[in-house]
Design a protein around this ligand. Structure first.
Ligand SMILES: [Ca+2]
Ligand SMILES: [Ca+2]
Length: 529
């Protein structure tokens, strides 16, 4: 150990030594000094660990600003708590990451200014759009904002009550997902249930320029709203809990899609959640099956879907409650319109994650989380019977099994998991093989290389669902137009005035709503949920 000269000179003990050596002399002999210094240093080293109280402080460190190193043997608990509080930054922000740069006061004064433009500084629901924009929020947040500030009770929101509400929201909720949940959820709830979306969607129906014709047909409002809610839960509620959390909102495209509504006047361009055409297709498909139009369908009704393409065994599984909400399906043997939305999207798009989960639950008869060989055989049996009835010789189960295992490549032998099916990207072919004969035979006839090409193509193509909905809409409109033209033909024959092509076009558009109006007009206002 080296003791620096500077520190030695400052050391009062050493000064004492030097004074002792020099006592009675005018100078200190170098040899004597070196000898004394050596013994002095040795005693200093020996004494160091046991410094008595009252001994002078050690010399200051050369760089006083540098932090003192931790003592060599600190108490264990101190280390843990010190490390936690100092070294690990906060990483969990359920209400979003607070943004130190955002200027809340500026936002609040902008809102105040927006209220000055409103009569008596009291905004009704029609004025809320301006306020939503002043808050920096998408336009269609206006109805939830109106409700959150108490507008529902009085019919208007005052500047003061709105700013109080918004100030509280800004200080507790730091990102859009967290704010959105806070605005829509029931008091002291941190997730969204299906009915929480109704005011927002009713406002979309009432005010979106692409839905003006729907606005005038109140009997469809709840059908459209139910459809959109089911589509939101189908896509966003990845946990199947029936409660959408802020994390699920953040992971989804829902808020971005909602924001698009104010920019896109043609609601049919927004194929996620809101498209009227998609609603029309889903509703017409249900209408065809619901012969007594009580808004419920039986097991026999559902099996008629798409010319009985789905097997009875899979329909039975759906009606056993494997994938439906509530107990109505099991207890009363009837499926609601809301449950049908889930069925239809799953049936027509077997590649999307919710659909893969939907059919997995149906095929996992014993509910152990894997598809075992006996479960596969159970579903394939019915396919074989159907093929034989059609005069087609089915592939023996063992050969088919080899094909399917080759397709899915499960991680562990003889057990197919949900993960295997999601990873293989061939879930649609797998599922159709076991319970949709028509589509199975279609796949069989397709060029296997074309299938492979589909799978490898990663570019953002329309989903199977988008493609199905677009084709079906065309077909439905063409059918309606043909029917209308046929009827008009008689009228025109009598008046001897052939309709102009533009008239046909215009009528074609009207037909869609009028025929739906006809379909729904007879229905009582039944609330499905
Ligand atoms: Ca019915
Ligand atoms: Ca199983």
């Amino acid at each position: 150990m080296m003791i620096k000269e500077t520190s030695l000179r400052r050391d009062p003990d050493l000064r004492g030594e030097l004074a002792f050596l020099a006592r009675g002399c005018d100078f200190v002999l170098p040899s004597r000094f070196k000898k004394r210094l050596k013994s002095f240093q040795q005693t200093q080293i020996q004494n160091k660990p046991e410094k008595k109280p009252g001994t002078p402080l050690p010399p200051p460190a050369p760089f006083p600003s540098s932090p003192r190193p931790p003592s060599p043997v600190p108490h264990v608990n101190n280390v843990v708590s010190a490390a936690l509080s100092i070294n690990i930054p906060r990483f969990y922000f359920p209400e979003g990451l607070p943004d130190a740069c955002s200027n809340h006061e500026q936002t609040l004064s902008r809102i105040e200014a927006a209220f000055l433009d409103v009569e008596d500084q009291k905004a009704d629901i029609y004025e809320m759009g301006k306020i939503a924009k002043a808050c920096g929020c998408p336009l269609y947040w206006k109805a939830p904002m109106f409700r959150a500030a108490g507008g529902e009770r009085t019919g208007f929101v005052s500047a003061q009550s709105f700013i109080t509400m918004w100030r509280k929201l800004l200080s507790n909720h730091h990102d859009d997902a967290s704010k959105f949940i806070c605005l829509l959820a029931k008091p002291s709830c941190s997730s969204l249930e299906q009915d929480d979306f109704i005011p927002l969607l009713q406002d979309v129906v009432d005010t979106h320029p692409g839905l003006t014709f729907l606005k005038d047909a109140p009997e469809f409002h709840s059908r459209y709203i139910t459809t959109v809610i089911q589509r939101i839960f189908y896509t966003v509620n990845r946990s199947w809990s029936g409660k959408i959390t802020a994390t699920e909102i953040r992971k989804s495209n829902f808020l971005q899609t909602l924001a698009l509504l104010e920019e896109e006047e043609d609601i049919n361009q927004i194929t996620d959640y809101f498209s009227y055409e998609h609603f029309y297709v889903i509703y017409c498909k249900f209408w065809e099956l619901d012969s007594d139009h009580d808004l419920y369908i039986s097991q026999a009704d559902l099996s008629r879907y798409n010319d009985q393409a789905s097997s009875n065994r899979i329909i039975e599984r759906i009606f056993s409650g494997a994938v439906t909400r509530g107990k109505t399906v099991q207890k009363e043997g009837r499926m609601s319109y809301a449950d049908f939305v889930w069925f239809l999207i799953s049936e027509e798009d077997k590649r999307n994650p919710t659909s893969i989960e939907y059919w997995f639950r149906c095929m996992d008869v014993d509910g152990d989380g894997v598809l075992s060989m006996y479960e596969l055989e159970y579903f394939y049996e019915e396919q074989c019977e159907r093929m034989e009835a059609m005069g087609i010789e089915p592939l023996p189960f063992h050969d088919l099994l080899c094909q399917m295992l080759d397709l899915v490549k499960p991680a562990s032998d003889g057990k197919i998991t949900l993960r295997d099916l999601k990873r293989c990207r061939m879930a649609h072919i797998f599922y159709d093989t076991f319970f949709n004969l028509e589509k199975y035979l279609d796949h069989e006839q397709r060029d296997p290389f074309a299938v492979q090409k589909d799978v490898e193509n990663d570019s953002p193509e329309p989903s199977d669902w988008d493609r199905f909905a677009a084709e079906e809409y065309e077909t439905l409109v063409a059918e309606e137009s043909a029917q209308a033209q046929f009827q008009e033909g008689f009228e025109d024959y009598e008046t001897e005035e052939p309709p102009s092509p533009s008239e046909i076009g215009n009528k074609g558009n009207k037909i869609v709503t009028s025929s739906l109006s006809e379909k729904c007009g007879k229905l009582q206002s039944v609330d499905e949920e």
